[in-house]
Design a protein around this ligand. Structure first.
Ligand code: PEP
Length: 252
């Protein structure tokens, strides 16, 4: 089945609110009228409002980079799903490897965040992927299976309707190393197989799986042409409007 491509930019901890607004406006100008795939940008929390305003009425959606699973309360420093939704977010990234690596995110906390996102109608982008050591030890599939099982524990097939998975090999994130199209396709097909076994063929065929890890203007087309690669989660290159624009235009 034909899945609509989805390119998302993860701006990470970059850009002040003014800089973020300027980048959003640049993207707005470049992608005016572009409708060939879904596009989103995920700025830091403090830049959500200026980006939502700058991108209103366009085909570029806005997403958060994380959320906390409680709705409100004494959780200093956290931001909840309803807050992101009220700020104008359509998407939210969950379980990014930097959160797993530096902020103690586990498969169980990813599961809770995912549930919280779905409860307030945010569309989650769930990140999974192996480290360099895990790839070298040949346990990529085992790791991805554990992450997927943990994140999706207790979910019904309907929950997959708005979910995107981002396969991001940790060794390729921000390193300039990219999984080869064949390496990435193999893991994407594996992930789709897992989804099929767990949730049925129809849910698995509809769900989009993005690739992430040093996607650039010059490698995007080949990666995105693979059967099970339905888009990209882009870090570094999403901070430069012309590069992100080129990646968006390389989508199927
Ligand atoms: C990411 O962190 O989601 C990512 C893919 O980063 P980069 O494109 O910079 O490797």
């Amino acid at each position: 089945m034909a899945r609509r491509s989805f390119i998302a930019g993860n701006w990470k901890m970059n850009k002040t609110p003014d800089e973020a607004r300027a980048l959003a406006l640049e993207l707005r100008a470049k992608l005016e009228g572009f409708k060939n795939c879904d596009v989103a940008v995920c700025p830091p929390y403090v830049s959500l409002a200026p980006c939502v305003t700058a991108l209103r009425g366009t085909n570029i959606a806005v997403g958060g980079q994380n959320l906390f699973w409680e709705k409100a309360g004494a959780y200093t420093g956290e931001v909840s799903g309803p807050m992101l939704a009220a700020a104008g977010c359509e998407y939210v990234i969950i379980g990014h490897s930097e959160r797993r690596q530096y902020f103690g995110e586990t498969d169980q906390t990813v599961n809770r965040r995912l549930q919280a996102a779905l409860n307030c109608n945010l569309k989650p982008i769930l990140c999974v992927g192996e480290t360099k050591d895990e790839r070298q030890r040949n346990v990529t599939e085992e790791i991805v299976r554990r992450q997927m099982d943990g994140a999706l524990a207790g979910f019904k097939p309907e929950a997959l309707a708005t979910l995107t998975i981002a396969y991001e090999p940790v060794w390729a994130i921000g390193t300039g190393l990219t999984a080869s199209p064949a390496q990435a396709q193999a893991v994407h097909a594996f992930i789709r197989g897992l989804l099929k076994a767990k949730f049925g063929a129809s849910a698995a065929e509809q769900l989009r799986i993005q690739y992430g890890g040093s996607v650039k203007a010059d490698n995007a087309r080949e990666l995105l042409s693979q059967t099970d690669i339905d888009g990209a989660l882009v870090g570094g290159a999403s901070l430069v409007a012309k590069d992100f624009d080129a990646i968006v235009r390389a989508a199927k």
